[in-house]
Design a protein around this ligand. Structure first.
Ligand code: TXA
Ligand code: MG
Length: 334
């Protein structure tokens, strides 16, 4: 069992010290909970990989409190500064050429580092108190559903980590968008999240392709961590463009249904467990609630889950990306 701490100043001071001494602390961010360690200390970073059982080939995201702190870790370019101005603090991770200060273990030996400036007030206070960049992947065992509450972290990693800070339910609910600007002439979105590729393209004034591994299932992995199967419940999951009234009616008591919005003209009688992500059909609200719904139904001992895809626009793009990964069959190498 991990200790779950309320984010009081005294607790944050103490946990900042734990981090400075090389320890692990699970932290709230606005996207998902992260498992944090001192990004500049290779041993601390290795402890993250051990706790998550994450392969060392999957690089970490480094969290900083400011653009100035990012500039100490990576070579910023004009495009990166534009995106930082537009979206930081917030759910955007930027991949840039790293400075020598960043240890190889944090970048899986590669020449680039992924940097994010989170908006969650608790995480921001912690970053200021410990005065260190914090490497933090999502605080879940490798390959499983990301945590959006302290309780999800406890359920997944509680036996392997000592400390969790409870910052409430994550507001965005899906992981950050990752944009690769290591070649500023060819920006690419590597993972869709809280910010859309269209929003990034608008700021940069040019189209930005999405090289998303859920879409590009074959071929070499641009970012090793972006495996098709990720965010996976243990219960089999089938996706539907619409969950029809007929499916609702015939679904059995050992099936779980995740609806994007309230069905029109109302829920028919069903034996199945039903979760509606957003009654009013808001993709943002659906993103916020998606992982909690998957966690809950996955623990209910059901035989089959069904989920309805969101309209493929705005936050719905990230919702569908996570649903497709969760439904993907296990691949040989994972
Ligand atoms: O919202 C988030 O980004 C959360 C919170 C905790 O900040 N973190 C998160 O980390 O989702 P994680 O480890 O689950 O996903 C990080 C992914 C890696 O799997 C990898 O694919 C990509 O970021 N990444 C990290 N460094 C990279 C690099 N240098 N080049 C390309 N991709 C990189
Ligand atoms: Mg993750």
């Amino acid at each position: 069992m991990a200790a779950i701490h309320q984010p009081t100043t005294a607790n944050l001071r103490r946990l900042a010290r734990v981090l400075a001494e090389g320890g692990l602390v699970a932290v709230p961010t606005e996207t998902v909970y992260g498992l944090a360690a001192n990004a500049l200390e290779p041993r601390a970073c290795r402890a993250i990989f051990r706790a998550k059982q994450r392969p060392l080939s999957d690089p970490l995201i480094v969290h900083v409190p400011s653009v100035a702190a990012a500039a100490r870790l990576a070579f910023l370019n004009a495009e990166a500064r534009q995106l930082m101005r537009a979206f930081w603090p917030g759910p955007l991770t930027i991949v840039l050429r790293k400075r020598p200060l960043v240890p190889a273990v944090a970048t899986a030996g590669g020449p680039t580092v992924a940097i994010r400036c989170p908006a969650h007030p608790v995480m921001r206070r912690l970053l200021r108190l410990c005065r260190l960049p914090l490497a933090a992947p999502s605080a879940n065992p490798f390959g499983f559903i990301s945590p959006t509450t302290a309780e999800h972290v406890e359920a997944g990693l509680g036996r392997r980590i000592p400390h969790i800070i409870d910052g409430g339910a994550c507001h965005v609910g899906v992981e950050s968008t990752i944009v690769d600007l290591s070649d500023p002439g060819a920006p690419q979105v590597l993972r869709v999240g809280g910010i859309t590729a269209a929003q990034i393209a608008r700021v940069l004034g040019r189209p930005v392709p999405v090289r998303n591994q859920a879409v590009v299932a074959a071929g070499p992995l641009r970012a090793p961590g972006l495996l098709t199967r990720h965010y996976s419940p243990r219960t089999p999951l089938r996706l539907h463009n619409r969950i029809s009234a007929a499916l609702l009616r015939r679904a059995a008591a050992d099936e779980g249904l995740i609806l994007f919005a309230a069905p029109d003209p109302g829920l028919p009688k069903t034996a199945a467990r039903v979760t509606i992500l957003s009654r009013r059909g808001s993709a943002k609200e659906a993103a916020r609630r998606l992982f909690a719904a998957l966690h809950k139904l996955d623990r209910a001992g059901l035989r089959q889950l069904h989920a309805e895809l969101a309209p493929e626009t705005g936050a719905g793009i990230a919702v569908n990306d996570r649903l497709r990964r969760a439904a993907a069959k296990r691949r040989g190498h994972e």
